[in-house]
Design a protein around this ligand. Structure first.
Ligand code: AMP
Length: 394
């Protein structure tokens, strides 16, 4: 089976071609384009390169194209990327302006260029569809909820991968199997021994998700990816009254408030220096107090969510770090795990300090709660879910 994963931006297009079946997919080609103005021509060019390089015989040898769609009002899960998906992406574009129009247009172009391939949309919100109404509803009037104001959650592909991989690492094939079947078989009741995991996706964009028996119970991101932890330059959680307050107090327009919350807040806003933790650590080492505060706030936020989900889950079996910061930032991991020995979590400081980017268990031998670094591979996740969709919809 050949599966193309299409990563679409407003003026960019990146692709990865996988070959194999669900459990043995391997990357065979990858490429990308910037400053795209004509998506049809760019897709044709990418297909010609794959053909010239001998990866495909013709356009028709690609069985499916997988898209990591962000958010829809009506849709979630892993579904056929048809006209109704395109219409829903457009209808909900206000909440994901950088992504939804690009995917709506891209899916239409692929449908034209590759009429025989099955197009599949894997929503970033998909992993949260079984979380309780209590965790998903905001305390707003019902009309707001009906207009789409709810906790959607994001980074679903990454957290679901962590749910599956952590279950495998813990020798819990029953749970891993449940995760594999979630989008194709649905959420069936689970009778086995409970498995409780908290997954920390920490990168340019960060979220923490609580997972019970392979299914998300809650996540730190809400209606939009502006919520939860302090992000690179996006605000994270904020009292909603702050918006109207600064509009009146500082005379800011709604557009200016939006710009500052999405471009000048988060780690950049707190540190006043950079949105990248590597620069922030450098400034900390030079004695910069604002940089120290940015780092402290990030760690505080992570611990707040981990603690909350540990309580909701009634305990914890594994804590997982993934994505750019989670995989590489030994200092952030050490601070997140500090002082938790009484709760049964003990980091192996040396293993932690030596782990960057590779899958490793970094907890001490005698730690009841396991701590893992699991590298994120979102393209592979999309290819895998697309392949599962195909096998179940023959
Ligand atoms: P991601 O969004 O998963 O690609 O992660 C990107 C972020 O990860 C960057 O903004 C950095 O803050 C962080 N990052 C990447 N590499 C490292 C590293 N070697 N050490 C610490 N942080 C890193």
């Amino acid at each position: 089976m050949k599966i193309l994963v299409a990563n679409l931006g407003s003026t960019s297009f990146k692709y990865s071609l996988y070959n194999g079946d669900e459990s043995s997919l391997s990357l065979v080609a990858r490429g990308g384009y910037e400053r795209v103005t004509d998506y049809g021509a760019t897709i044709r060019d990418a297909l010609s390169s794959m053909q010239a390089e001998g990866h495909i015989d013709s356009v028709d040898s690609i069985d499916a194209v997988g898209f990591k769609t962000v958010l829809g009002f009506e849709k979630t899960g892993c579904v056929a990327a048809d006209e109704s998906v395109v219409a829903d992406l457009r209808a909900s574009a206000e909440l994901a302006p950088a992504h939804n129009p690009a995917y709506a247009n891209g899916i239409e172009q692929f449908a034209k260029e590759m009429p025989k391939a099955q197009l599949v949309a894997l929503y970033e919100t998909a992993f949260y569809q079984w979380a309780s109404a209590a965790s998903r509803r905001y305390a707003v009037p019902k009309a707001w909820y009906e207009a789409g104001v709810r906790r959607n959650g994001f980074h679903g592909a990454s957290h679901k991968f962590v749910a599956e991989r952590s279950a495998e690492l813990l020798g819990r094939e029953d749970v891993a199997d449940r995760v594999r079947n979630l989008y194709v078989g649905g959420h069936e009741s689970f009778e086995g021994q409970p498995l409780r995991v908290v997954s920390c996706h920490l990168g340019g964009s960060s979220s923490v998700t609580g997972i019970k028996n392979g299914v998300a119970i809650d996540t730190s991101m809400g209606l939009s990816p502006q919520s939860g932890l302090p992000q690179n330059n996006r605000v994270g959680d904020l009292d909603s009254m702050a918006v109207t307050y600064v509009m009146k107090k500082l005379g800011l327009s709604i557009e200016e408030v939006e710009r500052q919350l999405t471009k000048e807040s988060g780690l950049l806003g707190l540190s006043g220096k950079s949105n990248d933790v590597r620069d922030i650590w450098e400034a900390v080492e030079a004695g910069d107090k604002d940089a120290e505060l940015a780092l402290d706030s990030l760690v505080y936020g992570i611990r707040q969510y981990v603690g909350s989900y540990m309580f909701q889950l009634g305990g914890l079996d594994a804590l997982v770090f993934t994505a750019g910061i989670g995989e590489n930032d030994t200092g952030v991991r050490e601070r997140v795990c500090q002082g938790l020995e009484d709760l049964g979590l003990k980091l192996d400081l040396e293993k932690n300090a030596n782990t960057r980017g590779e899958e490793t268990c970094i907890s001490a031998e005698d730690s009841r709660i396991k701590v893992y670094v699991i590298p994120a591979n979102e393209e592979l996740v999309i290819a895998r879910e697309t392949s599962r969709f195909l096998s179940h919809n023959k």
